[in-house]
Design a protein around this ligand. Structure first.
Ligand SMILES: [Fe+2]
Length: 136
């Protein structure tokens, strides 16, 4: 998977896609030079991500509710498991992230991108765009 944004990553919902770009930037930053990334980078990325997911998932779920997306409950449960995973990592890392923690965080984000954004979120986007005339 490339860390450069590609149109094939789009869900078609502009607001959501812009937020997904932000997430990809964080992943790119963490993975691009793992040897030079220090504790601060990992801590900052985790702090950012823990806040980011609250806002981002709220917005995605709001779209799903507004457009009566049938996969809403299941999708929401995935968001909640991912949020827990990040928060658990944040607590277990504490103030002293190791190289392994950095690798763990990078792989959590990359897997989320591949398994969730490129699969589940894209399905959501297709459904919503097929079921509205709104400009999204
Ligand atoms: Fe999602």
């Amino acid at each position: 998977m490339s860390f450069l944004w590609d149109d094939s990553y789009k869900t078609g919902l502009e607001e959501i896609d812009n937020q997904h770009m932000e997430l990809l930037d964080v992943a790119a930053q963490l993975c691009s030079s793992p040897k030079t990334n220090n504790n601060k980078t990992v801590k900052e990325a985790l702090d950012f991500l823990c806040k980011y997911v609250v806002n981002h998932f709220y917005i995605e779920e709001s779209y799903q509710k507004k457009y009566n997306y049938p996969g809403y409950e299941e999708h929401k449960a995935m968001h909640s498991r991912f949020t827990d995973k990040l928060n658990n990592l944040k607590h277990s890392i504490g103030n002293n992230p190791s190289q392994e923690d950095l690798e763990k965080l990078s792989s959590i984000i990359v897997n989320w991108f591949k398994e969730h954004i490129l699969e589940v979120d894209k399905k959501m986007g297709i459904y919503i765009l097929n079921n509205t005339n709104d400009e999204l």
